[in-house]
Design a protein around this ligand. Structure first.
Ligand code: AMP
Ligand code: MG
Length: 397
């Protein structure tokens, strides 16, 4: 039995790096950047008005109300090109260029315009309502680096500097293969002794957030069918995720089949609850993760191992789930011989602390409770977490 961190090291050692490709910016969320994103211009590109109103020389307005001559207009997309002199004002719109000579904008509500003149009713402070040239960013500044995962919030910043297309690392092609003679498709009505295949859909959706995933046709607990299914696919995919059939039951065929197919098995027992029988193997270049069939076990092991591998293959800087700390709301029992990584619900309490509630964990099959999880909590082997303890958590994406 190996520790979670040893398992992660082995996976890192056996993963390979994927090549670079170009994608449309609109499809880049979740992708890992393969180039540096830099500002290709100063922003704002000119002194920009934040208000509709009048560009003035602040000195002229010290003794407001002051009457100034309106000599023109500056609108977004077409500024006013002459230099303003003392006693003059330029009508200006939000987003427009502040004319040379002006050092303030007075908002329209504090002005009265008639007969080619404007009365500024209150003094304008120098610099007021102006975003200065290059105050947001200077041309050439690095904004995002290689290895960062693109989020929706980053899109505007990237778009502003002309990246209609962007270089990202290729995503691995991932296949999801469920096994088990008791499993029927989700559109079917389970008969006696049967349950629906929730794992394939769940894992496909998880995997789609970091790779390109497909569901393979389900296979029963039968050596020959399993062999055929794995053998057919192993060449086509970068990553194969199987579920079920990794325990020590009489019909758990995943490991023997992998061996027959010449796959090298690197580990098959992790000190982890849930998820102890997780298998990691490789044949050719294809990484194979044999996850346990219990939906919660397969979810937890996906997030710990598969997601990390998939993002690492894309050269992500931080491929593991983001870690943090939270205060334990109610005692969480440790397992005697393994570390636990349990689904949990994070909230904040009235003191402003981040608190963690373990989701009632009636064995690893409690995937109904898992539906509310927004984090995983780490419970060290044989060390219960008591109310008020600070625990390490991992945020689910
Ligand atoms: P196994 O890992 O094959 O021993 O399965 C452990 C438990 O997970 C059993 O109760 C299975 O019925 C259940 N299970 C296995 N595969 C799936 C699946 N694809 N969807 C939902 N539950 C599953
Ligand atoms: Mg089974």
């Amino acid at each position: 039995m190996i520790s979670i961190s040893e398992a992660l090291k082995i996976i890192e050692r056996e993963s390979f790096a994927l090549s670079v490709e170009t994608t449309d910016l609109e499809n880049s969320v979740g992708r890992v950047l393969a180039e540096t994103v830099k500002a290709d211009m100063d922003l704002p590109p000119f002194n920009r008005s934040q208000m509709d109103g009048f560009a003035v020389k602040s000195n002229d307005t010290k003794t407001a109300p002051t009457r100034l001559k309106v000599i023109g207009e500056s609108v977004a997309g077409k500024g006013f090109d002459r230099r303003m002199k003392t006693g003059e004002a330029v009508r200006i719109m939000t987003g427009a260029r502040v004319p040379d000579g002006a050092d303030a904008v007075q908002k329209v509500e504090l002005t009265e315009e008639n007969d080619g003149f404007v009365t500024i009713t209150e003094p304008a402070k120098s610099g007021q309502h102006i975003n200065l040239f290059a105050s947001e960013i200077v041309n050439g500044t690095k904004i995002f680096g290689k290895g960062e995962i693109v989020t929706a919030q980053m899109i505007a910043a990237i778009a502003s500097f002309g990246y209609a297309k962007i270089k990202v690392f290729r995503r691995p092609k991932i296949a999801v293969l469920s096994t088990g003679s008791e499993i029927v498709e989700i559109s079917e009505t389970p008969q006696k002794d049967q349950i629906r295949n929730s794992n394939s859909m769940m894992l496909k959706v998880f995997a789609e957030s970091c790779g390109d995933a497909e569901i393979l046709p389900h296979v029963a607990d039968d050596v020959e069918s399993l062999k055929a299914a794995i053998e057919n696919e192993i060449e086509t995919y970068d990553v194969l995720i199987t579920t079920g059939g990794v325990s020590v039951g009489d019909y758990d065929f995943t490991k023997p089949v992998l061996r027959t197919l010449g796959a090298e098995i690197f580990f098959e027992k992790v000190s982890l609850k849930p998820g102890k029988p997780t298998v990691f193997a490789k044949r050719g270049k294809c990484l194979i993760f044999g996850l346990p069939g219990n939906p919660v076990s397969s979810a937890v092991t996906f997030f710990l191992f598969v997601r990390t591998a998939v993002l690492r293959m894309q050269s992500a800087k931080n491929p593991e789930l983001k870690k943090g700390f939270a205060v334990v709301a109610e005692k969480i029992k440790a397992a005697k011989e393994r570390d636990s990584v349990l689904p949990a619900f994070l909230t904040t309490n009235e003191k402003g602390e981040q608190v963690i509630e373990s989701l009632r964990f009636n064995g690893s099959s409690n995937f109904i409770a898992f539906a509310r999880a927004n984090a995983l909590v780490f419970v060290p082997q044989a060390k219960n977490l008591e109310t008020g303890d600070v625990a390490e958590v991992m945020f689910l994406p």
